[in-house]
Design a protein around this ligand. Structure first.
Ligand code: PLP
Length: 422
């Protein structure tokens, strides 16, 4: 079946359950009925719900749908995008080992991967994601993952995915791609040879800005890649914490299973059934929304490009943009998401635009139905020196937009009156 159909029907048998909407199993625990069933579930001899920290029937459907949409082999849903990235990384690397991290990634992922996981003894080595020319020389025997974003937040940069995958395959290293901004509607990293996809489902998948959630999806065939791969003994040797279980003996998606059975079991960043349900609603309309977000963003970008007060516009859907060729190569249907940025040359003008737009909200989020405007130099990058701002391409006059689903003409008129104001 095709993605639009899978997004609406995968994993749920409405004839069996008799409800059109997926029910919310708002329960902590499950009645096993007898001692044997209880023992079998814990021993994985029989699959079924155990306790909502580990699994839940509503969440199962969310996991089945994202697996189908990403054309993967299995998935696990967690409490947030941050939890998804954290679990994916610690599932691959442990203390004394290292990971390679793309330079252009989400701010929360930078602090997580370069500071917080360092406390667990995992070293992050940053590489240039635009070209990935320096990737190979950073690899050693202790390198356990290569982490990047398919469409980076906030730069909207597309890395050289082909090259990253090629190098990773040469050294048998797991690649982890954050596909939050692109979503499965624009890009399926697993079909390009990426091993693991992570999502902040809080953004476009939720779509309405109503739920925090995260997803980890593994590719089909990852079990074979992990089996007897000397870089990953954790999948091939007995797990003492699970009475000697050897993951590679199980015909289940090993990577996400280990996240569930060890990391979620022990650290508990579980998604609530209600949030899983909200994200199921979001997935149903994702393909329509991404198309509208992208079409609206392109119209706004084209308008901004012609405005005399705008120095430049960054949007990979714009012809002539530095990301245009990669967008054409990697993103489906000529769409490029709802994120864009533009520069008005100075700090005060940028702030004035934030204050004078009426439809846009001053919020640090993306992917909502409502349009959002931010000025990095006075908020997220406030403590950064002017010199460092220039280095990171965050200029003082840079304004970022997450284009929502309002009428593009209204958004353009709103930006125009704010730009024209003296
Ligand atoms: C927001 C975001 C995250 C973190 O997700 P949360 O759900 O807020 O924890 C990770 N990656 C990207 C690209 C994001 O935009």
């Amino acid at each position: 079946m095709n993605p639009k159909t899978l997004a609406i029907h995968e994993g749920y048998d409405k004839d069996k359950h008799g409800t059109m909407a997926v029910p919310i199993y708002q329960t902590t625990a499950y009645d096993f009925g007898n001692a044997e069933t209880a023992a079998n579930r814990f021993a994985l001899a029989e699959l079924g719900p155990i306790y909502t920290r580990l699994n839940n029937p509503t969440t199962d459907i969310l996991e089945a749908r994202i697996t189908a949409l990403e054309q993967g082999g299995g998935a696990v849903a967690v409490a947030s995008g941050q939890a998804a990235s954290f679990y994916a990384v610690v599932n691959a690397a442990k203390s004394g080992e290292n990971i390679l991290v793309a330079e252009k990634i989400y701010g929360g992922s930078i602090t997580l991967l370069t500071h917080t996981v360092k406390q667990f003894g995992i070293e992050a080595r940053v590489f240039d994601s635009d070209n990935a020319d320096d990737l190979e020389k950073l690899i050693d025997d202790k390198t356990k993952a290569i982490y990047f974003e398919t469409l980076s937040n906030p730069q909207i940069a597309i890395p050289n995915i082909e090259k990253i995958v090629k190098v990773a395959q040469k050294y048998n290293i797991i690649t982890i791609a954050d596909n939050t901004v692109a979503t499965p509607v624009l890009l399926n990293p697993l079909t390009l040879g990426v091993d693991v996809v992570v999502h902040s489902a809080s953004k476009y998948i939720s779509g309405n800005g109503t739920a925090i959630g995260g997803l980890v999806v593994e590719r089909k065939g990852l079990n074979e890649f992990l089996k007897n791969n000397p870089r990953y003994p954790q999948f091939n040797e007995p797990d003492e914490s699970y009475h000697g279980l050897v993951y590679n003996t199980l015909p289940l998606p090993n990577f996400t299973l280990r996240i569930r059975l060890t990391f979620i079991r022990d650290t508990g960043a579980t998604i609530s059934p209600f949030n899983s349900w909200l994200l199921i609603q979001g997935l149903e309309t994702l393909h329509i929304r991404i198309k509208e977000h992208s079409n609206n963003a392109l119209k706004v970008a084209e308008f901004l490009k012609t405005h005399p007060k705008v120095k430049y516009v960054s949007y990979p859907g714009l012809k002539g943009d530095k990301g245009y060729e990669k967008a054409q190569k990697y993103l489906k249907n000529g769409l490029s998401s709802g994120l864009l940025s533009f520069d008005v040359g100075d700090f005060d003008k940028a702030k004035q635009i934030l204050n004078d737009t009426k439809i846009f909200s001053v919020v640090v989020n993306i992917g909502d139905t409502k349009s959002i405007i931010t000025h990095p130099a006075s908020t997220t990058h406030q403590q950064v020196s002017k010199e460092d701002l220039d280095k990171s391409n965050v200029t003082e006059g840079l304004v970022r937009l997450s284009i929502g689903l309002e009428d593009a003409d209204d958004l353009i008129a709103d930006l125009k009156q704010a730009l024209d104001k003296e």
